[in-house]
Design a protein around this ligand. Sequence first.
Ligand code: SF4
Ligand code: FES
Length: 219
Amino acid sequence: MSPKQTRRNYRGRAIDVSYDVRRCIHAAECVRGLPSTFNRQHVPWIEPNRSPPADVANVVMRCPSGALRFERKDAGLPEPIAARNTITLVKNGPLYVRGEVKIVSAQGEILHRDTRISLCRCGASNNKPFCDNSHIASGFKSGQPTAGHRVEMGMGGTLQITPTENGPYQMLGNIELIDAAEGIVFRGKMIRLCRCGASGEMPFCDNSHLHNGFEARSW
Ligand code: SF4
Ligand code: FES
């Protein structure tokens, strides 16, 4: 079953913006980056015509969750796909993923395509596999990333992510795992990342989900 569609459109002359409240994790890149267009005190809170379309597009692309998207109606370019697939470990929080992302079921069905997503890794989100900020209330602690994994070259191309039923994210493709403090934690082509919040080898899955009763649908 697909997640509920909650995306709303905000139309402008040269650019349309859409926003999905269920994907927003209040990182505030938008309201800090371009308060003339993104202003929570205004109704509607997104007004594309109040700023140059290129500025609107640039700020939308900073949104780590993919809650914001844009569509240019002028000669401006669409959002480029990142040349490197990156997964950034947010301390005590989600995984920020950028690249040519496909979320794929265990049976190989493509469930979702995106360029920016924020994935739950505390196990408590009500909008799995996406983060909904539940890590704050659940007191999730991500700890120091485990080192010592094999390192190969990673770059772009399709990054296939399968949220396995009651288990980790299985990722295939060129992968670069980045910790803000430690730098590159992993580069390679296949990885299993914990999404139950209980691994003793964060951010990697150590099969703790088999013993802690973690329940999550594939999609
Ligand atoms: S940048 Fe994206 S995630 Fe952050 S507040 Fe704006 S819409 Fe929400
Ligand atoms: S998903 Fe957390 S240990 Fe496997």
